[in-house]
Design a protein around this ligand. Structure first.
Ligand code: UDP
Ligand code: MG
Length: 318
């Protein structure tokens, strides 16, 4: 019965993935045909400009197990995923993956088995990555910095690829955060969580849809939303600057009083002015990052806008 409530939903954000969609759909159909659990595949189109939107609608109209959401514009991967989680019907949980087949959907069995052992979150840990060197290096450094400074214990090398139980999805759906770092929010929620190692595949085709600036934004969201380190760091930098200036002042007075040395101050003056100017600008910038987040959150805009939704073979609201 394809229309009955599914036990598990695949949740897959898609942005300009026309070259991957038919292979993705084939692999999902195969899994849904063979699996003993009832499944649906929630595919969220994040404002694609290629043929993905049309292809997804056709798919959802021809096979009721595909549940398709079209967002009103490109909202970014984290918000597309948020939209998907909000509409997913899976009564036991969801299986989150990327639309470019870097995360093999066939691993559902393994993840689901762990979930059945009593884990609420089963996250994938990237053992090996088949990606360009600079990206691997950047991820490697980022996750280790985050682990050091975050207030919660965010697991190393794990992204959004995960099985998430219904009760954790319900909590995620209630979290109104605007700047979302879902892998962190998922960890924050707690319950029993466990990692499963896997080798991250190459993109089936096409180029990464995460531009450099989107990646930096994601990384900053991770740091600013889960760590007080930046603000503590500038505070201590300020403390350090004050202490060193006092030491300097004392040394100058001692030189003048006891050794009658004339103070040649120009270079030192310039150095101190630049140093303090830099520290102050940095402190303002860090404060600004937190204030910006308060500003955006205070507007309480919806995190995403759904333009169309096709569920069980029909357009909703029609
Ligand atoms: N994606 C999205 N919106 C975006 C960028 C990416 O929905 O603005 C989707 C994309 O189609 C893919 C997933 O998010 O299914 C991960 O993106 P990508 O593979 O480009 O990231 P990478 O694996 O290179 O980090
Ligand atoms: Mg990818």
């Amino acid at each position: 019965m394809p229309n009955s409530t599914p036990q598990v939903s695949f949740v897959i954000p898609v942005y300009n993935e026309e070259s991957n969609l038919s292979m993705l759909a084939d692999r999902l159909v195969k899994i849904m045909d063979q699996s003993p659990i009832t499944l649906e595949a929630v595919l969220i189109d994040d404002g694609s400009r290629d043929n993905s939107r049309t292809m997804l609608q056709q798919l959802a109209l021809s096979d009721p197990r595909f549940h398709v959401v079209l967002l009103s514009r490109n909202h970014g991967h984290q918000l597309a995923l948020t939209a998907g989680l909000s509409v997913a019907r899976g009564s036991e949980g969801v299986f989150v993956l990327d639309g470019d087949l870097q995360d093999p959907p066939e691993l559902l069995d393994t993840f689901y088995a762990k979930f059945k052992e009593g884990y609420d979150v089963v996250y994938a840990v990237r053992e090996k990555r088949k990606e360009v060197f600079y990206k691997r290096f950047a991820y490697f450094i980022f996750y280790r910095i985050l682990k050091k400074i975050a207030n919660i214990d965010i697991p190393l090398d794990s992204g959004d690829f995960s099985f998430i139980s219904r009760r954790v999805v319900n909590v995620l759906n209630k979290m109104p955060e605007e700047s979302r770092f879902i892998r962190g929010m998922r960890t924050w929620i707690g319950f029993k969580q466990i990692g499963i190692a896997y080798d991250r595949q190459e993109r089936a085709s096409g180029d990464s849809k995460y531009s450099f600036s989107k990646l930096v934004q994601l990384a900053l969201n991770g740091i600013y939303n889960f760590s007080e380190f930046p603000i503590k760091f500038v505070t201590s930098l300020g403390g350090f600057a004050i202490v060193s200036s006092v030491i300097y002042l004392i040394s100058v007075i001692v030189k003048k009083l006891f050794f009658d040395q004339v103070i040649e101050g120009f270079t030192a003056l310039l150095f101190v002015i630049i140093l303090f100017g830099g520290i102050q600008l940095m402190a303002i910038g860090v404060l600004g990052e937190y204030i910006l987040r308060i500003f955006f959150q205070s507007k309480s805009r919806p995190n995403f806008i759904i333009e169309k939704e096709i569920c069980a073979g029909k357009y909703l609201d029609e």
